[in-house]
Design a protein around this ligand. Structure first.
Ligand SMILES: Nc1ncnc2c1ncn2[C@@H]1O[C@H](COP(=O)(O)OP(=O)(O)OP(=O)(O)O)[C@@H](O)[C@H]1O
Ligand code: SF4
Ligand SMILES: [Mg+2]
Length: 361
């Protein structure tokens, strides 16, 4: 399959890259905010997120349930209904800005330049159409080919993702596939248009460990072949360690720490990341080993605590002279390419990591 040349998105009302000072990265997200006005108040699901990603690289986004991971990924794909979501900031994809682009412009990019593997394949697939037909339709939206050619492509893709007898299974309905096969079929659907940006939201959570490993291998192989940029959203730090180059730790709609996987695992500099490392299930750790859960629960995104959102749960809150409960910590570059948002002096954080946390992991 030939890689498509970078396509022009911006025509019409959206400003061009040159007018706004385009970033050089393939994907660059700047101060993204996604807020939902509700009867109970404003839900700040994503509240000032910035990151970038190059082709051929993988960014892992981790965080507890409700931290804003899925809202972020849907936002990147332009899938929030602007009638009930306030979206601001900038999303630059290959030189085109998407937040200010029209829904039609963003829709044209979905499937052609970017695609998503959803957490639950059943919710992403239509129950009344065969798996093959769904791949055919997705392919034909962006490729001017006959049904026969698209069907051949669908069979080819199903074979590529490891569906046995793809020429027969292409005519099955989603419910005739097992969970693992459905996930593979969704990956085939997402990859059928050779997307340059693939967002995988918990792509393996519902699957058993063996199938999980196969799916991750598959994603990695396809990335190598197509040089796609991947955003991998997961609860599982083992998946991040295996697959990602960089990691973004989300807490209450914001970034707590952003670093290379190497740095995030070997010298994390945010108390929340320490908590995640201690509490999250990992592929490289026996399931029977004792986990150390982070005390308390994530805050409501309507009433995020003053100061650092993590302060009610942080064991080091009292060491910042009151700042943790009054001032929101900025995300600062603490080492080259390593950012963290915490008021604790850097030396103190290094000391705590070395003497208290690392020995327990
Ligand atoms: N349409 C909406 N209206 C109001 N609140 C919303 C809406 N969509 C999401 N939220 C809220 O935004 C927050 C973040 O949700 P999101 O689905 O992004 O979490 P997540 O990090 O993906 O969690 P999980 O790990 O459980 O998938 C949640 O509190 C959720 O209730
Ligand atoms: S700013 Fe304070 S509460 Fe937040 S993580 Fe750092 S020490 Fe903990
Ligand atoms: Mg989610």
């Amino acid at each position: 399959m030939a890689r498509r040349k970078p396509a022009e998105l911006v025509n019409g009302s959206a400003e061009t890259a040159a007018e706004r000072g385009a970033p050089t990265s393939f994907l660059e997200v700047r101060d993204l905010k996604i807020h939902f006005p509700t009867d109970d108040g404003l839900v700040k699901s994503v509240d000032g997120l910035s990151f970038s990603l190059e082709r051929g690289r993988t960014l892992g986004i981790v965080g507890e349930s409700g931290s804003g991971k899925s809202v972020t990924s849907l936002g990147l794909l332009g899938l929030h209904n602007r009638r009930n979501a306030n979206v601001s900031g900038e999303i630059w994809l290959d030189g085109a800005e998407l937040v200010g682009a029209s829904p039609g412009q963003v829709r044209r990019l979905r499937g052609r330049k970017m695609a998503m593997i959803f957490q639950d394949p059943l919710s992403a697939m239509h129950p009344f159409y065969t798996v093959g037909n769904q791949i055919v339709e997705a392919y034909r939206v962006h490729n001017d080919v006959s049904k026969q050619v698209a069907r051949k492509h669908a069979i080819d893709m199903l074979g590529r993702v490891g569906i046995p007898k793809p020429d027969k299974r292409v005519d099955d309905y989603p419910h005739q596939f097992s969970g693992g096969m459905r996930q593979r079929a969704m990956i085939a659907m997402a990859l059928s248009c050779d997307p340059e940006l693939l967002i995988a939201d918990e792509p393996t959570t519902a699957l058993d460990v063996t199938v999980q490993a196969q799916i991750l291998d598959l994603i990695r192989d396809l990335q190598q072949e197509f040089n796609s940029a991947i955003i991998m959203i997961t609860h599982d730090l083992g998946v991040v360690a295996e697959l990602s180059d960089d990691i973004l730790v989300m807490y209450a709609g914001r970034c707590a720490e952003y670093a290379s996987v190497q740095d995030a695992f070997h010298r994390p500099l945010h108390p929340y990341t320490w908590g995640l490392l201690g509490s999250m299930p990992r592929l490289d750790r026996e399931r029977t080993e004792r986990l150390m859960p982070i005390k308390g629960t994530p805050p409501s995104l309507i009433n995020v605590p003053e100061g650092c959102a993590f302060n009610p749960r942080c064991a080091y809150c009292d060491l910042t002279g009151g700042k943790s409960t009054t001032e929101r910590p900025e995300l600062l570059e603490v080492e080259p390419g390593h950012k963290a948002a915490c008021h604790l002096p850097l030396d103190k954080r290094r000391e705590i990591w070395d003497s208290e946390i690392r020995p327990k992991l």
